[in-house]
Unconditional design. Structure first.
Length: 364
């Protein structure tokens, strides 16, 4: 049942090209996004003035990523909340808004409660859900299913990747109906999105190098992941993957925030992973890497092919193929998933069932 892989997690990491392709193919027909299955009309999307995204864990990190993309491409204000926080405050949801609940299982108690609260407040809810017929799918007004297939490993990988695609599709459609992008730009984005499965495959082919690096750092005490903008959202997910399955303390920081406290934690040999996929922020993050390096940090740089300048600072560099800047998360997350996986394996831990965690958190 593990298809020749040692763990479900590794199998699911390798299923990402297919999961991403299946999710794209479910909604892109003859070069156009078709949301008839979702039930959301162009008219409804056009009238939206604000989006609230609510989720937990990795699904929340998808929301963090989506915020940058939606605000920049579709020019719409977005708020992102943890479901466990949202449900216990009194969120002000403006009239022409929509709430998006992202959940692999569709059964997460806090996300379901946030959905119900949003409906009580009279706002439409779009569920981005993987499990067909789950509670969140049933109670949402609209459902955009992801096509990851069953995910067994507690640490999510392929579901996360398909949730990203769901958000790309929604963003492009919104940008289109709101006249924020030209037809040429829309076509360019859809063409580039279609290349992601092959590019993810290429990242997977480099896995031995990550495995080697992971085995070297299996005894690390702390790992920090830093980045700005979308790279910060990628860092959050990279850090969660690491801590949940390897039990190494890790934190993600917005690179500009280091000076406000975190940098005091950097010691000789502390591993810092710099995520640098966003061209406009590259130099800014490099200067933060230089700062931690001078405090003794060992640096891993994660960027796309061509950005070889990272080697002036980083001790170990990982490259992923180039793609549209908004889609970089889909490629950059793969080496970080593999890193968490291989550290966990090197430590001899129960990768698929990490201690104290459940696949779906149905009690708060
Ligand atoms: O089923 P859901 O997507 O609602 O689950 C949300 C989180 O519990 C989940 O993403 C969790 O953070 C993962 N174990 C992370 O790998």
């Amino acid at each position: 049942e593990k298809g020749g892989f040692e763990h479900f997690m590794l199998k699911e990491i390798h299923e990402q090209p297919k999961a991403v392709k299946d999710t794209i193919n479910a909604y892109v027909k003859d070069g156009e996004i078709v949301f008839s299955q979702v039930g959301l009309s162009d008219e409804q999307l056009k009238n939206l003035e604000r989006i609230y995204i609510v989720a937990c864990g990795s699904a929340y990190h998808v929301g963090m990523s989506a915020k940058y993309i939606l605000e920049s491409l579709a020019d719409i204000p977005v708020e992102v909340d943890l479901a466990s926080e949202f449900r216990y405050r009194d969120p002000k949801l403006i009239e022409n808004s929509m709430v998006i609940v992202i959940s692999q299982s569709g059964e997460t108690a806090d996300s379901l409660a946030a959905l119900r609260l949003s409906k009580e407040k009279g706002r439409p809810v779009l569920g981005i859900v993987n499990v067909i017929g789950s509670s969140i799918a049933r109670e949402s007004d609209y459902v955009l299913y992801t096509y990851a297939g069953p995910e067994i490993s507690v640490a999510t990988t392929k579901a996360y990747s398909t949730q990203l695609v769901a958000m790309y599709l929604l963003t492009i459609q919104l940008a289109k109906v709101k006249d924020k992008i030209t037809e040429e730009r829309e076509a360019e984005l859809l063409t580039e999105m279609a290349t992601l499965p092959d590019k993810i495959q290429r990242v997977l082919e480099d896995k031995e190098r990550i495995q080697w690096f992971a085995s070297k750092y299996a005894n690390a005490k702390d790992i920090f992941f830093i980045g700005r903008g979308l790279d910060y959202a990628i860092s959050l997910e990279g850090s969660l993957k690491m801590k949940e399955i390897s039990y190494i303390h890790s934190e993600a920081y917005a690179a500009g925030e280091l000076k406000h406290g975190t940098i005091s934690l950097i010691e000789d040999g502390t591993l810092v992973v710099g995520v640098l996929t966003q061209q406009a922020l590259f130099e800014k993050t490099v200067s933060n890497l230089v700062e931690v390096k001078s405090r003794g940090a060992y640096l891993m740089g994660l960027t796309s092919y061509g950005n070889y300048a990272v080697e002036d600072t980083a001790d170990f560099s990982v490259y992923v193929p180039k793609t549209e800047q908004y889609f970089m998360n889909s490629l950059a997350i793969v080496p970080l998933q593999l890193m968490g996986y291989y550290v966990s394996v090197a430590k001899g831990l129960d990768v698929d069932k990490p201690r104290n965690l459940a696949k779906s958190v149905t009690v708060e």
